[in-house]
Design a protein around this ligand. Structure first.
Ligand SMILES: Cc1cc2nc3c(=O)[nH]c(=O)nc-3n(C[C@H](O)[C@H](O)[C@H](O)COP(=O)(O)OP(=O)(O)OC[C@H]3O[C@@H](n4cnc5c(N)ncnc54)[C@H](O)[C@@H]3O)c2cc1C
Length: 598
């Protein structure tokens, strides 16, 4: 069976030993009150919630799924799987729905460096369930950043309290990646509100029974809007209108036409929403809708990446437990379990390859999530404008890497974990096939991983001549230089420096190539992103190994860290050279074939 224990020890290692998060928190006014004790208590309680409340609902939620039905009032309702309502109440009552919210409106203002750990636990324990609070978080973030004070006061407190939820309504049947062509219209009502009409599809948490009200953030076009992305504005459209005293009022005409029947995350309601002149209120300025949504997207994309990370961790834990228990064949070096008819499969090198692959990506990913979380905190809270600007450059650069690399490697980890179970991994009752199905979506939604790669290689690297990348590479060099002379990681340090140089050279090549070939970015982007991710993990792994090396003799945690790091350098990182060669092959091998020949 799939098993899950929140990886608290490793989370504490990343927070305290790798990044010295308490010192970081103490250095900024907004996070000064986050003490190590408070952080430990939050992680400890989050672990209990995810292990004891959410994980037990994971399989039943998958089996049962969500149920759509037509209500007597003409509006459809969606019932979430058994236990989800009670679990959501527990989440709300425990204050978890307010964890990263703005304190002025009832949020707890916890730093992202810490909340990425909470997100990982939630996704690991129950990805379908996790999406309800995650989308609500994204919605509040967008409102907190761009809405009027009046709108903030009206919508933020009830969502933080978990009485209401939020959604993000971008996609339409003909418009997914290309949002510039959306057709949803918003016509002024003459009283400051707008009548919003159109169909949105694939809306996560678009309709459900977990909350009294659902606040939809909707992209739509004003009647006189210019074509393309500049014509898109953002609207708040509540499921139930909100009375002046904050209570829930009349039903707004937003109807859930159906919910999707899909490959995974079956406990998450993915809704078709029909807006039929629904009353909405514009957020900020007309024409800025997409830009406002992007505020939310940097957080959402990191969060969706963390879905892959969380699921990869569960797959690893489940497969490791199984591999110690399942007996098949004998070790190549002679019987290990002599009292049994066969040895546990963990004796076989190939099973170890699968386990270590999942583990190395999981631990590397946890460190990277925390690093990106730290940059989000610095960009938001640091007193020094220069620090904020540098951190913001890193957030811009690294968000697509985190989203795509976490979800790609998380999916790989789930498949590797499933493979360790052999045929049993394919059978429902073992729970491994669910992990594979649930992880797959993270590579697709919130902008496909192909689009993340284009964003990295095109907008974030080539179009600004590699400026963001220079900020990042300089930081990487500085930290690597500081490791010179650390005993026990000499070979890995040399290798981390070598692949960093490889990434720098490949980046320079790509920036140059893009000047003369319009297809250069599109052709190279996915391989370039993977190279970027692998080198980033090498940078983080050697730092983790340097901490572990002096303590490895005396403590099994550090010994395992060191060995997993060595595996990463020797068995996963060599792919970086192949990827650099793939990038430098250019666009010709892809574009040479006429479309008619496909
Ligand atoms: C379960 C689920 C939940 C979702 N939740 C939400 C939600 O809450 N809110 C919401 O608004 N949306 C949501 N989505 C929509 C999701 O974000 C989109 O499906 C996704 O962004 C891709 O859009 P599309 O499906 O229209 O694919 P398309 O845009 O049609 O893309 C098809 C393929 O072409 C590629 N492609 C497209 N354009 C380019 C290009 N310019 N260059 C290179 N390749 C390109 C894509 O990478 C993809 O491989 C959800 C989807 C699913 C399945």
């Amino acid at each position: 069976m799939a098993v899950y224990k929140a990886p608290l020890r490793d989370m504490q290692f990343v927070l305290n030993e790798l990044f010295d998060a308490p010192a970081r928190w103490a250095s900024m006014d907004a996070t000064r009150e986050v003490t190590p004790d408070l952080a430990d208590a939050i992680l400890g309680e989050a672990a209990k919630l995810s292990e004891n409340v959410l994980f037990p609902l994971n399989r039943s939620g998958d089996e049962e799924g969500c149920q759509w039905s037509q209500g007597s009032d003409g509006f459809a309702t969606v019932k979430t799987p058994k236990g989800f309502r009670e679990a959501f109440r527990q989440l709300a009552e425990g204050g978890w729905t307010a964890l990263s919210g703005v304190p002025e409106y009832g949020g707890q203002g916890m730093p992202k460096m810490l909340t990425v750990m909470f997100d990982e636990m939630l996704y690991g324990a129950n990805s379908s369930f996790a999406l309800y609070p995650m989308l609500s978080n994204g919605c509040t973030l967008c409102i907190a950043s761009h809405a009027s004070d009046e709108q903030k006061a009206m919508y933020l407190p009830p969502i933080y309290e978990g009485r209401w939820c939020g959604t993000m309504c971008l996609t339409e049947p003909h418009s997914g990646t290309d949002l510039g062509i959306i057709r949803t219209k918003a016509v002024p009502n003459g009283d400051g509100s707008f009548a919003v009409s159109g169909t949105k599809i694939f809306i996560t948490g678009g309709e459900h029974d977990l909350a009294e009200n659902i606040i939809h953030l909707v992209l739509a076009k004003l009647p006189d809007a210019p074509p393309g992305p500049k014509g898109i504005s953002l609207f708040i459209v509540p499921k139930y209108l909100v009375n002046a005293d904050g209570s829930v009022g009349a039903r707004n005409p937003v109807n859930c036409g159906s919910i999707e029947h899909k490959m995974g995350i079956k406990g998450s309601a993915t809704a078709v929403l029909n807006f039929d002149g629904a009353q909405g209120w514009i957020v900020g300025e007309p024409g800025n809708g997409l830009a406002y949504m992007f505020t939310m997207m940097n957080y959402e994309r990191l969060s969706i990446g963390i879905q892959g990370l969380g699921l990869g961790e569960v797959a690893y834990q489940s497969a490791a437990a199984y591999a110690k228990d399942r007996i098949q064949g004998r070790a190549a070096t002679g019987a290990v379990a002599k009292d049994k008819v066969a040895d546990p499969i963990i004796v076989h090198p190939d099973v170890r390859r699968m386990l270590l692959t999942a583990r190395a990506y999981s631990e590397g990913g946890r460190a990277f999530a925390c690093f990106v979380g730290e940059q989000l905190d610095l960009a938001k809270y640091h007193a020094d404008a220069k620090v904020r600007a540098e951190a913001d450059a890193l957030v811009q650069l690294l968000t697509p890497v985190a989203k795509a690399f976490f979800s790609d490697k998380g999916f790989e980890a789930c498949v590797a974990g499933q493979q360790c179970f052999g045929g049993h991994g394919y059978i429902r009752e073992w729970g491994m096939e669910q992990l594979v199905r649930d992880a797959r979506i993270a590579q697709i939604y919130e902008g496909t991983n192909g689009i993340q790669a284009l964003d990295l290689a095109g907008r974030k690297v080539a179009r600004n001549g590699g400026q963001y990348a220079q900020v990042y590479f300089a930081q990487m060099h500085a930290t690597l230089d500081a490791l010179k002379g650390v005993a026990g990681v000499e070979a890995e340090l040399a290798e981390a420096n070598r692949v960093l140089k490889l990434l720098e050279d490949t980046t320079a090549w790509l920036v140059d190539e893009a000047k003369g070939d319009a297809n250069a970015i599109g052709a190279a982007s996915v391989d370039y992103l993977e190279l970027f991710g692998l080198v980033t993990y090498a940078w983080l792994w050697v730092r983790m190994m340097a901490i572990a090396a002096p303590k490895a003799q005396a403590d099994a945690f550090y010994a395992a860290k060191l060995l997993t790091g060595r595996f990463y350098f020797q068995r996963l990182l060599p792919k970086a050279d192949a990827l650099a060669a793939q990038v430098k092959a250019g666009s010709q091998p892809l574009m040479a074939m006429d479309a008619g020949l496909f």
